[in-house]
Ligand binder design. Structure first.
Ligand code: BES
Ligand code: MN
Ligand code: ZN
Length: 457
């Protein structure tokens, strides 16, 4: 036992490791780790190892030696890739506002093994986890720094840092006047309520790792820096600074994709704004245009994410000529209702994108569950007065997560499209296994592995 029984391992964790503590040096012996046959397996392994590192942290932290060779399956590079970054992931906390931050840290981790083929998986894993931690930090930051302009500044800083290393990364930020000139009316409708205090920003970050190929993959991240619900005011908005989790995941992934020099052209697009209330704010019933030309009857001011994402998708098709579009968003509470708060939801008509995201989920230890693009629900989005409506009043038919996905699909114009609703897994105010309290950084690793799978095909 660690520290006189202060550590209460789950049965899973017990099977996975035993440990001995010698002063400040903790040795974890990993054993009984089964090979991954499914995302559920990889997730279980990840959770068990996270519990082990968390136990070390709770017991005071210090240096950790991890003996790998008792668990031969950990030698699989893809398993070790995830393990490598775990100490850093568990050690992370958002405590810069605390007068006395905790001094407990995992100072240094040594992976002890006789294998000599894990060095590149170690490097990759640390880079990958750094992307996740970037996403985590962006989500944990509050409005004091994380306004649309603040998010844009982070994206530009990231692009500059990568470019300084000789990587083909550039960032462009378009301000309100340009967004208007582009005709992004549905994005601007949402942004109106906070326009004076926190103007909208269209953030575009491009990585061109394959200049000989004209194809571009666009990843669009939802970037609502705060979602009050607008005039469809939320009663509980305690965590709604997390509503840019999709943007954070996309930026974290771009960082890893670039540093791993994947031969791919990736463009991250974020239509960043806030959903607030003022005399300018849109109200339920407003009919607004969109960059695509479609009009939308906005029956619910809290269904704002799909309005901003719709224009970002059109921007991806028209301005970036994206060959395929992925959107990732904290889009619906209904996604949590459908699958619970341990998985995200995915939707697509493209089997190859679904396969890639499932395989990626296994590698990133982040679970996804597919919901159907149910054509029978599609007519619910028809409006008698506009081309579409953004929500179904009273939602008598349920399927809120599917309806949000189907709304976005309209704007992808039959181009290969994948939708990821990460509302269930972005942020846990009261903590969740493996992640502690706050943001998870969910999606950065998933998107990195997703892009890598596409490149390998
Ligand atoms: N950002 C929310 C979704 C959300 C809810 C994320 C809970 C994380 C945790 C989104 O903008 C929203 O408000 N969605 C509405 C849609 C509805 C009005 C059709 C929802 O889920 O209630
Ligand atoms: Mn909302
Ligand atoms: Zn929202």
């Amino acid at each position: 036992a660690l520290n006189g029984g202060a550590f209460k391992p789950s049965p899973d964790a017990l099977k996975t490791f035993s440990c001995a503590q010698d002063g400040r040096i903790v040795t974890l012996v990993l054993a009984g780790v089964a090979p991954w046959k499914s995302p559920a397996d990889s997730r279980r392994t990840w959770l068990a190892l996270a519990a082990a590192f968390r136990a070390v942290l709770c017991a005071g932290g210090g240096r950790v030696n991890v003996m790998l060779d008792n668990a031969p399956s950990l030698g699989a590079p893809e398993m070790f890739e995830r393990l490598a970054g775990l100490p850093g992931y568990v050690d992370y906390r958002f405590d810069r506002h605390k007068r006395v931050p905790s001094k407990k840290h995992i100072d240094r981790t040594a992976f002890v093994t006789s294998r000599d083929d894990l060095a590149s998986a170690l490097e990759e894993g640390l880079t990958d986890t750094a992307g996740t931690l970037l996403a985590r930090e962006l989500v944990d930051e509050r409005r004091e720094t994380m306004t649309p302009a603040g998010l844009a500044a982070c994206a530009v800083k990231l692009a500059d840092e990568l470019a300084a290393q000789g990587l083909p990364v550039t960032a462009v930020v378009r301000h309100a006047a340009e967004i208007e000139a582009l005709g992004m009316k549905s994005f601007l409708a949402v942004a109106k309520g906070a326009r004076d205090a926190a103007p909208p920003e269209l953030i575009v970050v491009r990585y061109r790792g394959c200049p000989d190929d004209s194809r571009v993959l666009a990843v669009i991240g939802k970037g609502i820096c705060f979602d009050s619900g607008g005039y469809s005011l939320k009663t509980n908005m305690r965590t709604m600074f997390d509503d840019m989790g999709g943007a954070a995941a996309a930026l974290g992934a771009l960082r890893t994709v670039a540093l791993e020099r994947l031969p791919v052209n990736l463009t991250v697009i974020v239509a960043a704004c806030e959903n607030l209330i003022s005399e300018d704010a849109y109200v339920p019933g407003d009919i607004v245009g969109s960059m695509s030309g479609r009009s939308v009857e906005m029956l619910n001011a809290d269904a704002e994410g799909r309005m901003t994402l719709a224009d970002a998708i059109t921007y991806a098709l028209r301005e970036e000529d994206a060959a395929a579009v992925v959107d990732i968003a904290t889009l619906t509470g209904a996604a949590s209702g459908a699958v619970g708060r341990r998985s995200a939801v995915v939707m697509s008509d493209h089997e190859c994108l679904l396969r890639a995201v499932r395989e990626a989920a296994q590698l990133s230890c982040e679970k996804v569950w597919q919901l159907p693009c149910d054509e029978e629900l599609r007519p619910l989005l028809d409006s008698p007065f506009a081309d579409l409506r953004n929500s179904v009043p009273g939602n008598p038919s349920g399927g809120g997560a599917i309806l949000a996905g189907l709304f976005l699909r309209e704007f992808a114009e039959k181009r290969p499209w994948l939708h990821i609703d990460m509302a269930p897994v972005c942020y846990y105010a009261d903590g969740a296994p493996g992640s502690g309290k706050g943001a998870t950084g969910w999606g950065a690793a998933l998107l990195y592995h997703f892009v890598k799978r596409l490149v390998q095909e």
